[in-house]
Write a protein that binds this ligand. Structure first.
Ligand code: COA
Length: 382
């Protein structure tokens, strides 16, 4: 396997982007990544997107995006794994470059959710139709069940959940690309309207549009594009049952643990070596479960992590320095690539006010559905 580096990154602002179509957002992000690296050609494009078909009626995204980037003829394909589509697109790009098949590969993530689709029901297609959705439950309800299970098993409180949102909005306030960059207080979170008990509006990631892209090449060619490449040193993908009821423990994300084990093994590191992480906080409880499954805290001990400052910038393991899905936004297919860009910027010392000092090793964890798929990458500054 060849060593692989990221040499350029580009993304749109996240939010309700009325004036940009799916293809416009892709081109802004992809051209941003190419310009960042001073590159003007590509061998392959991977386009992560959960559901162009249902959100905006557009499938066949590989050739469409290649064409609109002015790269007609380039190998290009759509990658789907629900909200983990962006992270899986990155993994495919990594495998492509590592294998020696391609030298210059774009991993992109895109989603256009605010154009009038029945968003909650489209998102619910990533849950188990027969065992969950036919009975009326959608994602806020599924994550509410995870939260209840965690509260019952470990005494996690509504205040613990709320602190995750407070912390992520505090980080997101320093991110000019974030959809909701304002800080929120504990009182505001605790008083926000109930969505699915115990999850309130301010525990939920929003509905978003956006795109993100990164450019990969073999490490030994990275000098042609940048003097600050970031190496991908580990990659892990794992799956679990779609239906929560089929899992041994609904309060534990086994696919996250398994994908982490694989990524740590490839990188030759453990959770204690990671200096910062972007994790999939689609609902506040998800961040709590993810930091446990990643091994940053013991099982059952994730509840107070945000309140205690462990996961804040300046804490032992800063989590979601970008603002996370909660504050930055969650255009589902774009999220995994946007997480990667945050780690890329941090490891190059380009994160401005939210810079983690001396960051050398970072992790991005991206998840599909209620954790039926999880993809993790570990990155090292060179
Ligand atoms: N965080 C902060 N503010 C938010 C917000 C969020 N997540 N979502 C909406 N808002 C704001 C809006 O800007 C709006 O403010 P305004 O009245 O000043 O304009 C207000 O709160 C109400 O927004 P609205 O869009 O009407 O809310 P909604 O009830 O239609 O949707 C949720 C709220 C939480 C149900 C929706 O964002 C949601 O479904 N989120 C989860 C998405 C999801 O499941 N993703 C996949 C995860 S697996």
């Amino acid at each position: 396997m060849r060593e692989v580096a990221i040499v350029g990154a580009g993304m749109t602002r996240f939010g309700e982007l009325w004036n940009q179509s799916l293809r416009d957002m892709f081109v802004e992000a992809a051209a941003g990544a190419l310009n960042d690296a001073g590159a003007d050609r590509l061998d392959t494009i991977y386009v992560g997107c959960m559901s162009g078909g249902q959100f905006v009626g557009q499938e066949h995204l590989g050739p469409l995006m290649a064409d609109h980037l002015g790269m007609n003829g380039v190998a290009a394909v759509h990658v789907e794994s629900a909200c983990a589509s962006g992270g899986v697109a990155l993994r495919q790009a990594f495998i492509d470059v590592a294998s020696g098949m391609s030298d210059l590969v774009l991993a992109a993530g895109i989603e256009k959710m605010t154009d009038g689709a029945d968003v909650t029901n489209v998102l619910a297609t990533a849950a188990d139709q027969e065992l969950e959705v036919y009975h009326g439950v959608t994602f806020p309800g599924l994550y509410a069940m995870i939260a209840r299970a965690h509260m019952q098993a470990y005494g996690t409180t509504e205040e613990d959940l709320a602190w995750v949102s407070v912390k992520n909005h505090r980080h997101g306030a320093m991110n000019e690309k974030a959809q909701f960059p304002g800080e929120v207080t504990l009182e505001q979170v605790m008083a926000s309207s109930m969505v699915a008990e115990p999850l309130r509006l301010l525990h939920c990631s929003p509905v978003s549009d956006g795109a993100a892209a990164v450019l990969l090449c073999p490490l030994d060619q990275a000098g042609q594009y940048t003097d600050r490449p970031v190496k991908i040193v580990g990659s892990g993908l794992a799956t679990s049952s779609l239906a929560l009821a089929e899992r041994e423990d609904p309060a534990f994300l086994d696919s996250v643990q398994l994908s982490a084990e694989r990524a740590y093994k490839m990188a030759g590191v453990g959770p204690r070596d990671i200096q910062l992480a972007e994790v999939h906080d689609c609902f506040s409880i998800a961040e709590i479960c993810c930091i446990e499954a990643l091994g940053f805290v013991e099982k059952g001990k994730g509840g107070p992590a945000a309140k205690d400052g462990l996961t804040t910038i300046g804490g032992r393991i800063p989590v979601n320095t970008s603002g996370g899905l909660k504050s930055k936004g969650h255009p589902v297919g774009a999220t995994g690539v946007a997480q990667t860009i945050e780690i890329f910027r941090q490891l190059r010392g380009e994160a401005g006010g939210r810079q983690v000092e001396n960051a050398r090793l970072g992790l991005a964890q991206n998840m599909g559905g209620s954790g039926a798929s999880s993809v993790i990458h570990i990155f090292q500054g060179v």
